[in-house]
Design a protein around this ligand. Structure first.
Ligand code: GAL
Length: 631
């Protein structure tokens, strides 16, 4: 498939007089895709049951007539004001019991049956009207599920939905009481109708209760999305995507992705580094106007897995954003670099957010490809350059990675529910291990937690997977390559209890976790061969291949399965991972800081996130530039 560029556009925000010239300029720039519609419900259905499609008909016709392909968004992230009068209880409630108000977006509760009915209606109208439109070549459901912390709602609708979900899962309230250990602190229930939501308790709620609620809330996102997908499919053969986010784990993206054709995500590298990263102040300064060199790649690889091979960037940062604590201007070259990095990781399309900067409302300070006065903003010409390069380049192929990392959303819920140490973050642990692999110049595939076949890989990592699935355990038992499991792996039952026999209970590994400990960031446990454990370590009784300086196993081995007994710092991770790769005959090389490598077919991409040139193996890559070789 030919890789393509696109842009997000809001015809409803502009005078119709500019639509035609906007469309012409988009096509001249070399764009293929234009995403529209996802926030336009108040213009599609200005009054309950009264639809106005004429403006959207014209917008789609104008864009299509210039050769642009439309991604049409369902508008369900922005219910109009009349909807709240009609369904006052459709608003979500936060964990303090406060109802969230109208006046921005995502003001809805996934569990509210009335709102679901309204969504089904608008999606049906949209799908019937545009399902066969030749210009509508893809769909997007809603917009960024979970954005603005909207997955968990403590409303009456959520409570009713949760009770039904529990009754289906446990069948009897006695079974629920046993599963959760409710005899502890006299928390036993005599009927499902007594079970509340796990907020506003005096001290922490039972972690099993919290985990059940997290699973329920994730299932609600899955069924909310599927409701829309089923309708769209009845009327249209075009592929369906959702735009996911960076470092957002509030629902199981693999489960939502199973119902979709394409995974897409919204990449704001500089906003993420400022807002989400765990980086040191020095790292943040160094990459202030470029973004973290591994953060985007991690999500590219993650969403390639969520999309079962098909993935896009639906929104790409074009300049300063408005929502991070600080919003620096990208260095020249970065709007191009980010797109090429995505193509190197297999993106089918990269769409920039947004076409023209809006002078009004919440995002007036957010850059676009055009300034508010319609003149080109700096990223505009970089996009033109990518378009020329794409046209000149033969198709970017994909190659099978030899290394894989298992990523599990439920483990993030588990370790957020029970961190047992302030710094324990599942996402951060998984990302740390991913960074370690990338520092060694390796390409990485990310695998869902129920993966049953590892045979394509030489090395598989599964850090922190709280409850390992039967599929994964079976796959590990038959795996001929090397694996590195842990820390904190397989250490909870499905009901969030400590398993007996004690963890990790991994195939071929004779070891038990006797004790775990966490410690503050200024304390580490040094390893005898260099580096240290930080934040977390476990004391196991197995046979060690290396130890901590205080005399406990650091890595334990059973056949080619290795258990990692703590959270390694970069020095320890580099050494341990390089050793495992060497044993598998996997070539590694230490990449210079900020320079990353990605192989795609016969092409090797070198991506330089540094502002300065870097020379590696005799090849010099300019600052904020991408080189490719081997065509
Ligand atoms: C995304 C969102 C867009 C826009 C953008 C600004 O999270 O999907 O609608 O708000 O951020 O960076």
């Amino acid at each position: 498939m030919k890789r393509a560029l696109g842009v997000c556009y809001y015809p409803e925000q502009w005078d119709e007089a500019v639509w035609e010239s906007d469309a012409t300029r988009m096509a001249d720039l070399g764009l293929t895709w234009v995403r529209i519609g996802e926030f336009a419900w108040s213009r599609m259905e200005p009054q309950p049951g009264h639809y106005d499609w004429t403006w959207l008909d014209r917008a789609i016709e104008i864009l299509g007539s210039k050769g642009l392909k439309v991604v049409l968004g369902t508008p369900t992230a922005t219910p109009p004001r009349w909807m709240i009068s009609k369904h006052p209880d459709m608003l979500a409630v936060d964990d303090k019991g406060q109802t969230r108000g109208f006046g921005s977006r995502r003001h809805y509760d996934f569990s509210h049956p009335g709102y679901r009915g309204e969504c089904a209606k608008i999606v049906t109208e949209l799908a019937m009207r545009y399902g066969k439109n030749p210009h509508v070549a893809a769909w997007q459901t809603d917009n960024e599920y979970a954005c603005h912390k909207t997955v968990l709602s403590y409303s009456a609708a959520a409570r009713a939905g949760f009770q039904t979900w529990l009754a289906q899962k446990y069948q009897s309230v006695d079974a629920l009481n046993r599963a959760w250990g409710n005899v502890f602190w006299s928390m036993e229930y005599s009927g499902f109708e007594e079970v509340g939501l796990p907020n506003l308790t005096v001290t922490e709620a039972n972690p099993a209760h919290v985990m059940a609620f997290r699973r329920f809330a994730s299932d609600e996102v899955v069924s909310f999305n599927k409701l829309q997908v089923d309708i769209l499919r009845r009327h249209s053969a075009a592929p369906i995507a959702h735009n996911y986010m960076g470092q957002v784990t509030d629902f199981d993206h693999f489960a939502v992705g199973a119902d979709l054709d394409i995974a897409s995500w919204d990449a704001y590298p500089i906003g993420f580094l400022s807002d989400r990263g765990f980086a040191t102040p020095e790292h943040k300064r160094h990459f202030l106007r470029q973004g973290d060199p591994d953060f985007q790649a991690f999500h590219h690889d993650l969403y390639r897995a969520v999309g079962r091979g098909r993935w896009w960037i639906m929104e790409q940062q074009p300049g300063p954003v408005n929502w991070a604590p600080w919003n620096p201007d990208p260095l020249p070259g970065m709007a191009r670099l980010w797109a090429w990095e995505a193509f190197a990781h297999g993106a089918e399309a990269v769409c920039y957010f947004r076409w023209r900067q809006a002078p009004f409302a919440q995002e007036a300070m957010h850059a676009g490809l055009l300034r508010p006065d319609s003149e080109a903003a700096p990223a505009h010409d970089e996009v033109a350059e990518v378009a020329r390069e794409l046209a000149a380049m033969p198709e970017v192929q994909q190659t099978q990675a030899q290394v894989a990392l298992v990523f599990d959303y439920a483990s993030d819920w588990a370790w957020t529910t029970q961190p047992q140490g302030r710094d324990f973050s599942y996402f951060r642990l998984a990302f740390d291990m991913y960074r370690g692999l990338r520092r060694l110049g390796l390409d990485v595939d990310i695998l869902p937690p129920d993966t049953g076949d590892l045979s394509a890989y030489k090395l598989v990592l599964a850090p922190g997977v709280a409850t390992m699935s039967d599929n994964l355990l079976k796959a590990l038992a038959g795996f001929e390559g090397t694996s590195l499991i842990g820390p904190r792996a397989n250490s909870k039952t499905a009901e969030f209890a400590i398993p007996v026999p004690l963890p990790p209970n991994l195939p071929g590994l004779d070891a038990k976790v006797m004790r775990v400990e966490s410690f503050p960031p200024d304390v580490t446990v040094p390893l005898t061969q260099g580096g240290a454990f930080k934040h977390w370590r476990e004391k196991l009784d197995g046979v060690a291949t290396e130890t901590t300086q205080d005399g406990f196993p650091a890595v334990i081995k059973g056949g080619k399965l290795h258990y990692l007994c703590g959270w390694p710092d970069d020095t320890a991770a580099d050494r341990i991972l390089a050793g495992l790769c060497a044993a598998e005959g996997l070539a590694t090389q230490i990449m210079p800081e900020g320079l990353r490598r990605r192989r795609a077919g016969d092409v090797t991409f070198l991506i330089n996130y540094n502002a300065e040139p870097v020379t590696h193996n005799g090849v010099t890559v300019q600052g904020c530039d991408v080189n490719w070789s081997g065509k």
